[in-house]
Each structure stands twice: as structure tokens, then as C-alpha cells.
Design a protein. Structure first.
Length: 312
């Protein structure tokens, strides 16, 4: 049977970008036509309240290669990207922002890297056009941290313009602010990762959807990611060692209590506190063991849970 093979899927998360979508669509289309490969553009409307959806529907009438996914509410960029990746049918999947800050002209270069054999190609906004103090500096610091914790050496993990082999991106689960960590998550899957310098433009229309508080959210996700990378593969061992630490503290506390007890004029209150502490520690140790078992159950049997709602 002859299958209709699709080569490239472009995934774009979009939230209130009414002035940008038409321009973006034609810029992407122009580049893709030049490549002479089959493609689809998946625009995920993350619950926009402006005219974005109307614009998208209008464009779709002229271009059946545009697919629209509409969220019931604003679930965030990671969720929108995840929905786009889930729907993507292409052999290669490209992700980019919907605000014209990324340049579709860079897409062929990213695809060439995939053809060379890489699984993930990440853009590097070497000449980034954003505010220095509010955006570039926090982003540099975050990037350093992310690199040192995840062990994936990239100059700019926060760049949205990225390309993936389908097998790799389909295995990655995104939630929270995790789209920033896709390379690290991909590394877990054994992906070969590289980066290329890409263009970056200042935002012409619409507003940035983020402010400085994002840095904190990213850091929160970074801590859970660190846990994830290091321990989630084997949670019983991780929580088991926490249990062991609690038991050891309990053991030494018992010895301490016994020594006080053997003194002639010991204080009952102190002994009581120490014994309570021992009970608490033993209880905590049991809790850790159970959490470990539960976590391993989730890791090994957990199904992909959708954290966004699509309006049909
Ligand atoms: N975006 C989204 N949902 C959100 C916030 C942002 O889909 O809740 C989209 C947004 O429309 C844009 C991309 O994610 O296409 C990046 O957002 P933005 O340009 O505001 O981020 P910045 O470039 O300022 O980091
Ligand atoms: Mg932007």
C-alpha cells in the first residue's frame, strides 16, 4: 500500500498574536515551498482572546496545509507545544514561536542538521533582540544553571526554534515550563543534540507573554527536572536512601536517649522528646519506602495524561 508520507511538521504555539499569524504563515510557506518537500503547519491556539482564531480560520481557507488546534483555555506554551507535537505527522518536526521573533528562513539549516544524523537541533540566538536586563541576563543565568544541572551543553536552551526527529519528540512529555528543557529531556532518550546559530528579531506586533516571574517558575521546574533526570528512573532506590538516612538518625537518637537515661539525674522531658523523635523518624522512613514504591508504579505503568483541553 502506498502511504502518503509527510516529511515536515512545523509546530507553532500561539497566544494572542492576531497581527503576527498571517505574516508568519506566509513567511513559513515561502520557505517551505522552496524546499520542495511535503509539509504541514500546525498552529496551536492557546486560548487567545483576540482575533487570532478568526485570522487562522481565514488563512486555512487558502491553505489546507495549515492545521489548527484550538485550546479551551490558556494552558501555556509548553502545553501548546505538546499538543502540536502529539498531532504532528511529519518525519521531522520543527518548533518555533508565533511572534515572528524566530526566522523561518533558518528552518532549512536546521533540517540539514537532522539529515546529517542529529536527533535534536537547537537554535542559538547569538544576537538576541530582547531587553538586556529583564530578558537576556536572567536568561543567560538560567541557561548556565540548566546546562550545569542537566549536563546538556547548549548556549541557548530557551530558544524556541528547534528541530527534532519524530521518534524523539514523540517520546517527550511536556508540562509546566518544561519546553525549555526539551534538549535535556531528549538526552534522556539518548538523542544526539547539536545547535546552530539562528536569527532573532525584535517583537514588532503584540506583547511578550512573560515577565520576570517566569524565571522563578523555570527554576522550580528545574529542581523537579533535576530530580527527574537523576532519580526517576529508579525511585525506589532514591526514596529508599532517604528512608535509610531517617533510620540512621533514629538509631543515633536512640543511643543518645539511652545514654541520658543511664545518667543518674536525667530529665524525663528530654527522654520523652527524644523517643518521640525516634518514632517520627521511623514513621518517616516507612513513608519514604511507600512513596518510592508508588513512584515506581507511576513511572513504570503511568499513562500519558493530557493537561490541556482541545475544543473540537
Ligand atoms: N505562548 C503561548 N501560550 C502562552 C504564552 C505564550 O502559546 O501562554 C506563545 C506565544 O504566542 C509565542 C510563544 O509562545 O508564540 C513565545 O511567547 P513570547 O513571545 O511571549 O515569549 P518571549 O519571546 O517573550 O520569551
Ligand atoms: Mg517572543
Amino acid at each position: 500500500m502506498l502511504e502518503n508520507k509527510l516529511n515536515i511538521s512545523i509546530v507553532v504555539p500561539i497566544y494572542n498574536e492576531e497581527e503576527n499569524v498571517a505574516l508568519l504563515h506566509s513567511a513559513i510557506s515561502e520557505v517551505m515551498r522552496g524546499l520542495n518537500q511535503s509539509y504541514e503547519i500546525i498552529m496551536v491556539d492557546d486560548g487567545s482572546q483576540d482575533g487570532t482564531l478568526t485570522q487562522l480560520r481565514r488563512i486555512q481557507k487558502t491553505d489546507p496545509r495549515l492545521r489548527i488546534i484550538k485550546f479551551r483555555g490558556n494552558f501555556g506554551q509548553s502545553a501548546a507545544m505538546a499538543a502540536g507535537f502529539e498531532a504532528a505527522r511529519g518525519e521531522f518536526v520543527v518548533a518555533m514561536d508565533g511572534d515572528l521573533q524566530n526566522d523561518p528562513k533558518d528552518i532549512p539549516m536546521l533540517l540539514r542538521k537532522l539529515e546529517e544524523g542529529f536527533d535534536v537541533v537547537s537554535g542559538w540566538r547569538k544576537n538576541r533582540k530582547d531587553k538586556l536586563v529583564l530578558r537576556k541576563i536572567p536568561s543567560k543565568i538560567a541557561n548556565r544553571l540548566i546546562c550545569s544541572i542537566t549536563g546538556v551543553r547548549l548556549h541557548d536552551t530557551g530558544c524556541s526554534l528547534k528541530a527534532f526527529r519524530r521518534e524523539v519528540i514523540k517520546r517527550i512529555r511536556l508540562y509546566g515550563e518544561l519546553h525549555r528543557f526539551i534538549p535535556a529531556l531528549a538526552k534522556l532518550e539518548g538523542a544526539r543534540i547539536t545547535e546552530v546559530v539562528v536569527n532573532h528579531h525584535p517583537r514588532k506586533f503584540g506583547k511578550s507573554k512573560y515577565n520576570i516571574t517566569r524565571t522563578f517558575r523555570v527554576l522550580m521546574d528545574l529542581t523537579s527536572l533535576n530530580l527527574f533526570l537523576k532519580h526517576l528512573r529508579n525511585p525506589v532506590r532514591f526514596f529508599g536512601s532517604l528512608a535509610l538516612i531517617a533510620l540512621m538518625i533514629a538509631f543515633f537518637t536512640t543511643i543518645w536517649a539511652a545514654r541520658i537515661w543511664m545518667e543518674n539525674n536525667f530529665e524525663t522531658a528530654t527522654i520523652n522528646i527524644l523517643i518521640t523523635l525516634v518514632f517520627l523518624l521511623v514513621f518517616t522512613a516507612f513513608q519514604f519506602v511507600f512513596i518510592g514504591l508508588l513512584a515506581s508504579l507511576i513511572v513504570h505503568t503511568g499513562k500519558k495524561k493530557l493537561f490541556y483541553l482541545i475544543e473540537s
